[in-house]
Ligand binder design. Structure first.
Ligand SMILES: C=CC1=C(C)c2cc3[nH]c(cc4nc(cc5[nH]c(cc1n2)c(C)c5CCC(=O)O)C(CCC(=O)O)=C4C)c(C)c3C=C
Ligand SMILES: [Fe+2]
Length: 439
C-alpha cells in the first residue's frame, strides 16, 4: 500500500446489501483502482455499488483522480486530462508525432477527430462507423475488439516546435515550453527527441495501448506522421497484488518520494498550471518532460549492493532511506554516523533530487526494453522517465541540472532521448482536445 493511501480508508456503513461485505472491507482508494483494473471487481459490484464505494472516501464527485468506471474505463472527459494523476497502468505506448501540414485548419480537424476516437478508445468501443460494411476498409483496425478498456488513458500534448512559424501561434507559446538546455553527459540521438505532438497511451493491456496509438496514427495520415515511439512496462497487478511501489530495472523501488496525487492543493502547487502562470489556454494543463535513459546494465550488475545503495541513497530491498527502516520514512539528509559522515551520500540520486525539498515534480516513468544493440552486444534497456510539472524550467531543469553535474547514478546510465510537451487541460463533452488554444 502506498503511504498516501494509509489515511484514506472508506468509512464502513450498516447497510446489508449483497455486495455489502465487499463494501465494508477496508480498501484504500488506490487498492480499489488496482482491483477494478486488474480483477474486474467493478463489474462484479455494478456501477451503483462502485459509485457508492468510491464516494465513501468523500472524494468521488470532486476527486482529483478520476474514478475507474464499472467497465474498467477512466473517464476521458474531465477537468484535467487522465493519465497524469491516474495511478500508473501496467503498460505504456508513447508516441511523438510531426505535423506534415502547414494549415492550422487541418490541425484543428485532426484534434477533433482524435477527440472522438479517444472517447471511443478509452471506453472499449470501435473507432469510426465503417466497421460492419463489407465494401469498405474497417475504420478500426480491430485488434482490441472485445477487449475491456483496461483503464486506457490517452494524454495529448504539443511540443515547442508546434509554436514555430508554421501555424502563426508563436505568441501563444508558454515561456517554459522550450527545448531543454543541454545537460552534462547528454548523448541525445535525434531519433528519440522532440515532436510537434505527443500521445501518451497507458493501459493495463499492451495490445489496448498499441491499438490506441495505431488508430490515432492512422487517423492522422495526411496531417501528421509518427516521429518516435516507445513501449514501456511496469510489473503487472497480477504479479504484484499488494500494489507496492514498482521497481525499475536497476532493482530499486521508483516513485516512493512522489507527492500525494489525492492532495488537490499539492497538485495545484506542483502539477497544474494556474491562472497567471502562463497563457490562459493552459490553465488546468501541465508540462511533461520525457527522457529516454539507457542503463549501463552490465556495469550496474557488477557493482556491489552497498555501492548500489549508496548510488540511490536508499536500501534496495525495503526502499527505505539509508539508515531508516520503512520505505516511507523521511529522507533525513542530516542523519550521520558516529564520525559525522552523512548516512545518505550527498551525491546520491535521492539526496540530489530532493535538494532542500522545495522543488518537486510528479514522476510517472516506465521501464523499457528495446532488445539487443547489435553494435555493442548490450541490452538497450532503461527508463522512459516521464514527469509532470507546473513549470519545466523551475522544476525539471532545476533538478536535472543538479543531477547531471553530480549524481552518482550517472556512471550507470546515459540520456539518449529528450522531449517536452504542454499537455492540454481536460476536455469537456462537446469540446475537443486543444480547444482552449484552437477552438
Ligand atoms: C530531473 C528529474 C529526475 C530524473 C531525470 C531522474 C532519473 C532517474 N531516477 C531514477 C530512480 C529513482 N529516482 C528516485 C527519486 C527521485 N528522482 C527524482 C527526479 C529525477 N530522477 C526525484 C524528484 C526523486 C524524489 C526525491 C525525493 O524528494 O525523495 C528514486 C528513489 C525512490 C523514489 O523516490 O522514487 C529512485 C530509485 C532513475 C533510475 C532515473 C534515470 C533513469
Ligand atoms: Fe529519480
Amino acid at each position: 500500500m502506498n503511504k498516501h493511501d494509509k489515511d484514506k480508508q472508506p468509512t464502513p456503513t450498516t447497510n446489508s446489501e449483497p455486495s455489502q461485505k465487499l463494501l465494508d472491507t477496508k480498501v484504500s482508494r488506490r487498492d480499489m483502482l488496482r482491483l477494478t483494473g486488474a480483477t474486474g471487481l467493478g463489474l462484479l459490484l455494478g456501477g451503483g455499488a462502485m459509485g457508492s464505494l468510491l464516494s465513501r472516501g468523500g472524494t468521488a464527485a470532486k476527486a482529483p483522480v478520476a474514478p475507474v468506471q464499472a467497465d474498467s474505463s477512466i473517464p476521458f472527459y474531465a477537468n484535467h486530462q487522465a493519465g497524469i494523476l491516474t495511478p500508473a497502468q501496467n503498460f505504456l505506448y508513447f508516441a511523438a508525432f510531426d505535423l506534415t501540414t502547414t494549415k492550422l485548419s487541418d490541425v484543428k480537424k485532426l484534434l477533433q477527430e482524435w477527440t472522438t476516437a479517444a472517447a471511443a478508445l478509452t471506453t472499449g468501443r470501435l473507432v469510426g462507423n465503417t466497421n460492419d460494411s463489407p465494401n469498405l476498409p474497417p475504420s478500426d483496425t480491430g485488434e482490441a475488439d472485445g477487449l475491456t478498456p483496461s483503464r486506457c488513458t490517452l494524454t495529448f500534448g504539443v511540443g515547442p516546435s508546434f509554436f514555430d512559424e508554421r501555424f502563426g501561434l508563436a505568441g501563444q507559446r508558454p515561456s517554459s515550453l522550450a527545448d531543454l538546455p543541454p545537460f552534462v553527459g547528454d548523448n541525445l540521438d535525434p531519433a528519440w527527441c522532440g515532436g510537434d505532438l505527443c500521445v501518451q497511451a497507458c493501459a493495463d493491456d499492451l495490445q489496448v495501448a498499441f491499438h490506441a496509438i495505431r488508430n490515432l496514427a492512422r487517423i492522422a495520415r495526411g496531417t501528421a506522421v509518427l516521429r518516435w515511439t516507445q513501449e514501456g512496462f511496469q510489473r503487472t497487478g497480477e504479479a504484484d497484488p499488494k500494489n507496492g511501489t514498482p521497481r525499475n530495472l536497476l532493482g530499486f523501488k521508483d516513485g516512493t518520494g512522489n507527492p500525494d496525487v489525492t492532495d488537490e492543493a499539492e497538485m495545484n502547487k506542483i502539477v497544474w498550471q494556474g491562472s497567471g502562470d502562463g497563457p490562459a489556454w493552459m490553465n488546468g494543463g501541465t508540462y511533461m518532460a520525457v527522457r529516454r535513459v539507457r542503463f549501463r546494465i552490465e556495469v550496474w550488475d557488477r557493482s556491489s549492493l552497498s555501492d548500489q545503495e549508496a548510488t540511490f541513497g536508499r536500501h534496495r530491498q525495503s526502499g527505505a532511506p539509508i539508515g531508516a527502516r520503512d520505505e516511507f520514512d523521511k529522507l533525513d539528509l542530516k542523519a550521520a554516523d558516529a564520525s559525522g559522515k552523512p548516512l545518505i551520500p550527498a551525491d546520491s540520486h535521492s539526496a540530489l533530487a530532493h535538494g532542500d525539498g522545495t522543488v518537486k515534480m510528479l514522476r510517472r516513468s516506465y521501464s523499457y526494453s528495446g532488445g539487443l544493440n547489435a553494435k555493442t552486444g548490450q541490452l538497450d534497456a532503461g527508463l522512459l522517465f516521464i514527469s509532470f510539472q507546473r513549470d519545466l524550467v523551475k522544476q525539471f531543469v532545476t533538478i536535472q541540472q543538479r543531477l547531471s553535474r553530480n549524481d552518482r547514478l550517472n556512471e550507470y546510465m546515459v540520456h539518449v532521448g529528450s522531449a517536452v510537451f504542454a499537455c492540454f487541460p481536460g476536455v469537456r463533452e462537446g469540446g475537443f482536445i486543444g480547444d482552449t488554444l484552437l477552438g
